[in-house]
Design a binder for this molecule. Structure first.
Ligand code: SF4
Length: 275
């Protein structure tokens, strides 16, 4: 088995054209999933106690490593979710549990962009799984673009998990609302600080963060517009997605802006939370 996996893994592409890399690496991931008898739609890579409430069992799941995610904004990135193990994610969110979202102002049914109710089948498919080895997890994201936190906050999970998981990924995006806390500072090299006003942005910049500002009535002081929300096109003439941008992480110095958007009721709830 080990020889088979090593032979498959040796064929992974770590550089070069994205479309070819995605096609080859996801095809090889399908073969790895079959060899290890894993679901090729979703696996668990870590389980432990939340670092945001220090009591709730949570897990980190991977999807989109063999089949493309249909997320129109991010494109076919590997999606990494941070979810509670025992409580249904939508209940956890409505109840405002700090376990995977900490003190984010949108927690508690207050206009979060994540469609928590759509995660129930993914949660049911993953919550009783045993986490796979870190070496195998690294193999499943090798050479691919990864979105850390398709749901949940990366700061709920020990930073070493991200450092190890992302070691051979082609690139990644990540965001945290925990940029103010002492605990959150260790995620600064990985995540953007999620901020909701120019004043919050300045506080995060003063702490050394890259920032992602969701603005509403007041224009941003600094930064550039999120490319996936702009009318710019990539080198192939296609609308930008995160997978063709990959700006949002803790590397370098950058500040991104996006106007508050979403379904009408989500925006209404978010505006109340921001007030
Ligand atoms: S700036 Fe780029 S990576 Fe960040 S959210 Fe927008 S498209 Fe995605």
């Amino acid at each position: 088995m080990k020889d088979t996996i090593e032979m498959i893994a040796s064929r992974k592409l770590t550089n070069g054209a994205r479309v070819l890399r995605q096609y080859v690496n996801k095809g090889l991931n399908k073969a790895i999933a079959k060899a290890y008898k894993l679901k090729d739609s979703s696996v668990v890579v870590w389980k432990g106690i939340s670092l945001l409430d220090n009591e709730t069992p949570i897990m980190v799941t991977l999807s989109g490593f063999a089949k493309d995610s249909d997320n129109a904004k991010t494109g076919a990135m590997v999606q990494v979710a941070i979810l509670p193990i025992h409580d249904k994610p939508s209940d956890n969110y409505r109840q405002g549990s700090a376990s995977v979202c900490g003190d984010c102002k949108y927690n508690g049914g207050n206009g979060c962009y994540v469609q928590w109710q759509n995660l129930t089948s993914h949660w049911n498919a993953t919550r009783s799984q045993t986490p796979i080895d870190m070496a195998l997890s690294q193999e499943l994201v090798k050479g691919l673009e990864v979105r850390v936190g398709s749901a949940g906050d990366p700061a709920a999970v020990p930073v070493w998990v991200w450092q190890e998981l992302l070691r051979y990924a082609h690139s990644y995006t990540a965001y945290t609302h925990q940029w103010r806390s002492e605990h959150g500072q260790q995620y600064r090299d990985i995540c953007m600080a999620s901020v909701d006003s120019n004043a919050e942005r300045q506080q995060a910049i003063d702490k050394g963060w890259n920032t992602f500002l969701v603005y509403d009535d007041v224009e941003p002081d600094v930064g550039i517009r999120c490319l996936a929300s702009s009318d710019k096109t990539d080198k192939d003439g296609l609308p930008y997605q995160c997978i063709t941008c990959m700006a949002c992480n803790g590397k370098g110095k950058k500040h991104i802006n996006e106007h508050l958007h979403g379904a009408t009721n989500t925006i209404y709830a978010a505006r109340k939370a921001r007030a």
